[in-house]
Ligand binder design. Structure first.
Ligand SMILES: *[C@@H]1O[C@H](CO)[C@@H](O)[C@H](O)[C@H]1NC(C)=O
Ligand SMILES: *[C@@H]1O[C@H](CO)[C@@H](O)[C@H](O)[C@H]1NC(C)=O
Ligand SMILES: *[C@@H]1O[C@H](CO)[C@@H](O)[C@H](O)[C@H]1NC(C)=O
Ligand SMILES: *[C@@H]1O[C@H](CO)[C@@H](O)[C@H](O)[C@H]1NC(C)=O
Length: 474
């Protein structure tokens, strides 16, 4: 009963916000769609295709290790690792005698098979969703190939997860392609997604669990994951490749904790996001409502769960359709403008069953705030709380002008989360941009970087050249 009252209140506030906006016709339908997804009830459906990054990898013939990293504030994050020594075509790259590599690899395949347990079921809401961890293992061959500078860290974006990198076809998935090219591939998972929903002291049903935005990912998650990978591989520096919010968090970390710049040799930014002033994404229609929504949440007694669980549940209902647009099948597609017909059709059910992979409401709000403020800055808690937290009324800005890591950016015209002006502003402010490529296909969109059938030819091929060069240069 209470729940119904809350939903009605929330809907009321949102509708009031919508009514107060000019030219409301197209906005209203989008908002009502988002609203429906936010507050719709029903149990999540588990799709038979749902598999975790590890089992997907094994199916494709790759070993995927899971590692757990604990952040300073108690979140347990899963890192996925494609070790080069276990790559199906490793002999071509490791320059090792076959007799040297074969026995340990085979032994480890078996160990992993028994250790990984059943496929992950992201939709089960037990509070214990967990990816079993393979024991930490230092392989001499792996460590040699790592210290030769070929460690690549892949970081997913908003509502994504590590399997963003291996849910294109086997021939076109960036994680496999990099592994085939001899790279030691590590994939991060930010707090709140299906692989990183555990905490030392909180269950993910606790509203306090969801009190985070990309500020916390930059302050805790990314540093913990980068430190872990460097320690595990023995590498001095790694190469970072981020997509979407994976770039946002990178920029936030590197500007607020500049010592981390020394740990990154180079960065590739796919669909980089910092300021979001001229975007198409319906996120901007949430912007005028953020303050009201936060107020409601506060009045209801810190009820982050209402939004968050609703959001998460609706995120896992991939087959509901809004209107006639293909991208309406999925909140993440709706927010980024992804058209599933751009992906390999055999992969679409897999992609739909994996995405969105979870996010906090506050993270969405943070992006919406960025649209209003026009700045790339910390989360705005309101004047008083800002004073308490930041010692100033306005949230501090993330100043990217001091990031000296060499960066190559890729962006595309049909990307709803990225405005051309924002990209050029970023390009101007970052002091060490090696190149900024506009993807030649004009319909290439935000998630096409992960799943489009032409992602490899239009983007990845160039990424390999960039990484090759960076490895020789830095
Ligand atoms: C978890 O709880 C323990 C015991 O109360 C406390 O010492 C620790 O600081 C907590 N950790 C976090 C990250 O909150
Ligand atoms: C690993 O699996 C193979 C084939 O399944 C088997 O022949 C071999 O004995 C196993 N090795 C170990 C160490 O379990
Ligand atoms: C790895 O490096 C160590 C120390 O440099 C060396 O002894 C070992 O033979 C190397 N292993 C391979 C497989 O190259
Ligand atoms: C960012 O840092 C540069 C150099 O330290 C400074 O000149 C500039 O004013 C800063 N920008 C903002 C928005 O604080």
């Amino acid at each position: 009963m209470m729940r119904v009252v809350r939903m009605v209140m929330l809907a009321g506030v949102m509708v009031a916000g919508v009514m107060s906006m000019p030219s409301r016709a197209p906005r209203q339908s989008l908002i009502s769609e988002i609203l429906t997804r936010l507050i719709s009830s029903g149990s999540p459906t588990l799709h038979p295709h749902v598999q975790d990054t590890g089992s997907l990898g094994r199916e494709a013939g790759y070993l995927v290790e899971s590692h757990t990293v604990t952040t300073e504030d108690g979140y347990l994050l899963t890192l996925h690792h494609l070790p080069p020594y276990a790559n199906p075509s490793r002999r071509r790259y490791l320059h090792l005698r076959e007799s040297e590599t074969d026995p340990p690899v085979r032994a480890r395949w078996n160990a992993s098979d028994s250790g990984e347990g059943p496929a992950l079921s992201p939709a089960t809401d037990t509070g214990e969703t967990e990816v079993p961890t393979t024991p930490r293992y230092m392989d001499q061959h792996a460590s040699n190939s790592s210290s030769s500078g070929k460690v690549v860290f892949l970081q997913h974006g908003l509502m994504g997860s590590s399997d963003n990198w291996n849910t294109n076809t086997k021939q076109d998935s960036l994680a496999y392609l990099l592994s085939d090219a001899g790279y030691d591939v590590w994939m991060g998972n930010f707090r709140g997604n299906i692989y990183s929903r555990r905490h030392m002291n909180l269950t993910h049903k606790d509203p306090r669990f969801w009190k985070f935005s990309y500020d916390e990912m930059a302050r805790y998650d990314l540093p913990a994951m980068l430190d872990y990978v460097l320690e595990e591989t023995g590498a001095r520096r790694l190469h970072y490749l981020g997509h979407s919010m994976g770039t946002t968090v990178f920029f936030a970390l590197m500007s607020s904790q500049p010592e981390y710049q020394q740990r990154v040799a180079s960065m590739v930014a796919l669909a980089p996001v910092a300021t979001v002033t001229n975007i198409v994404s319906p996120i901007k229609y949430l912007a005028p409502l953020v303050n009201e929504l936060q107020l409601v949440l506060r009045l209801l007694g810190n009820d982050q769960e209402l939004m968050t669980n609703r959001l998460l549940i609706s995120l896992w209902e991939p087959y509901r359709v809004c209107g006639s647009h293909a991208f309406c099948e999925n909140l993440q597609f709706l927010i980024t403008g992804f058209d599933p017909s751009r992906a390999d059709q055999e992969m679409v059910p897999v992609i739909l069953s994996h995405n969105p992979a979870g996010a906090s409401t506050q993270t969405l709000f943070h992006f919406a705030q960025g649209f209003t403020s026009g700045r790339f800055q910390h989360f705005d808690w309101g004047r008083e709380s800002n004073l308490e937290r930041y010692g100033q009324v306005e949230p501090p800005v993330y100043n990217v002008t001091n990031i000296n890591v060499p960066i190559t950016m890729f962006w595309s015209l049909n990307d709803w989360l990225i405005g051309e002006k924002d990209v050029h502003r970023l390009e101007e402010e970052l002091p060490h941009v090696e190149a900024c490529y506009k993807v030649s296909n004009p319909i290439f969109s935000h998630l096409d970087f992960l799943w489009a059938t032409d992602a490899r030819s239009l983007v990845y091929e160039k990424v390999f050249d960039i990484l090759d060069e960076a490895i020789n240069k830095y």
